[in-house]
Design a protein around this ligand. Structure first.
Ligand SMILES: [Zn+2]
Length: 336
């Protein structure tokens, strides 16, 4: 392997560390992450990580040292911060975890873990997002099987052949149990979006999904699906696609359909998804859409900023944010 085969070798280690340092303590007080003492001073440096600043409480406190990365998502990583910065950047350019692993020269499993953590960190910005005003809605059924899972789903027993990620489509609406969960998009005409992976498309599920995504009294435009027509609590109007009606003045759902035309190629990059991980991928796409006016690097900076918060980091490692998505219950997993 030549030295120039990976982009991060061109990075300047100390510049990157000072960038991470700025991001770590931006709008956060420089304090000991363990005893929260604010009376801290510099305490030497690290040979292996030039530029990484080390600190220690001056008096009282826990007398333990800490550095810019203590407690963050990057803490304890054997890879440099350059690897992490590049990985986050590539993630915002919608690369797959395998692609990121190859570009970085790390193991596939490292790439997968990092992507999952960073996606969770990004989701910290999307928790509790609610739309108001005029909102369009549409639904999509995405094939998502048991990719990467043990037979029948779950964590144990990986002695299996089929990955079950490709499935022949059946006619009609999809269902979680048929490996085709629904994805509902709520697109506000003011710009914000909420995407939900749900188990099915029954009246009950859609009502629950709408209550989570929308403020009551919002104006809602959809197609003529009966689950939308049964919705309560919103000013609702719809176009009838079966009668070739796609827009009637203000009433149309073209933005929601347009969003799906962007979501489909985004998900295609991953070459099949597991239905257990679907909320994570869909939620990250929601993050990318809601901050689409930013460049990929600015989005990456937002994710790194969240990842450098110890409170976010510990939850992101556990995959908490995907589970905290308000609509996660709508995709009830039968996983043991
Ligand atoms: Zn301390």
């Amino acid at each position: 392997m030549s030295m120039v085969s990976h982009l991060h070798h061109f990075f300047h280690a100390e510049t990157c560390q000072s960038y991470i340092h700025t991001l770590r303590w931006k709008d956060r007080p420089l304090q000991c992450p363990r005893c929260e003492s604010l009376n801290v001073g510099p305490w030497g440096a690290y040979h292996a990580q030039p530029g990484l600043k080390r600190y220690r409480g001056k008096e009282k406190g826990c007398k333990r040292t800490f550095n810019d990365l203590t407690g963050t998502l990057l803490d304890g990583s054997k890879r440099s911060v350059m690897h992490w910065m590049l990985a986050t950047f590539l993630l915002c350019l919608s690369c797959s975890s395998r692609r990121i692993a190859r570009e970085l020269g790390v193991h596939v499993r490292t790439g997968y873990r990092w992507c999952w953590w960073l996606r969770n960190a990004a989701l910290s910005y999307e928790i509790g997002r609610k739309l108001a005003g005029t909102v369009e809605a549409d639904d999509l059924y995405h094939t998502a099987g048991n990719k990467g899972q043990a037979k029948g789903g779950g964590k144990k027993s990986l002695g299996r052949h089929a990955r079950g990620r490709r499935k022949k489509r059946e006619p009609g609406r999809g269902h979680y149990d048929k490996d085709r969960p629904a994805i509902i998009a709520w697109v506000s005409r003011q710009g914000a979006v909420v995407l939900q992976a749900t188990r099915d498309f029954t009246v009950k599920t859609v009502q629950k999904a709408a209550d989570l995504a929308l403020q009551t009294g919002s104006r809602l435009y959809t197609d003529s699906a009966s689950s939308y027509r049964a919705l309560k609590g919103y000013v609702h109007d719809y176009v009838n696609h079966t009668k070739k009606e796609y827009a009637r003045g203000e009433v149309h759902e073209n933005r929601a359909e347009c969003l799906f035309s962007l979501l489909k190629p985004y998900l295609r990059v991953f070459r099949g998804l597991s239905k257990y991980n679907l909320p994570g991928y869909v939620g990250f796409f929601q993050f990318l859409c809601n901050f689409r006016q930013l460049t990929a690097f600015e989005q990456a900076e937002m994710i790194l900023y969240a990842a450098l918060d110890p409170a976010v980091a510990s939850r992101a490692r556990r995959g908490d944010f995907v589970r905290c998505l308000d609509h996660f219950d709508l995709l009830q997993t039968t996983r043991n």
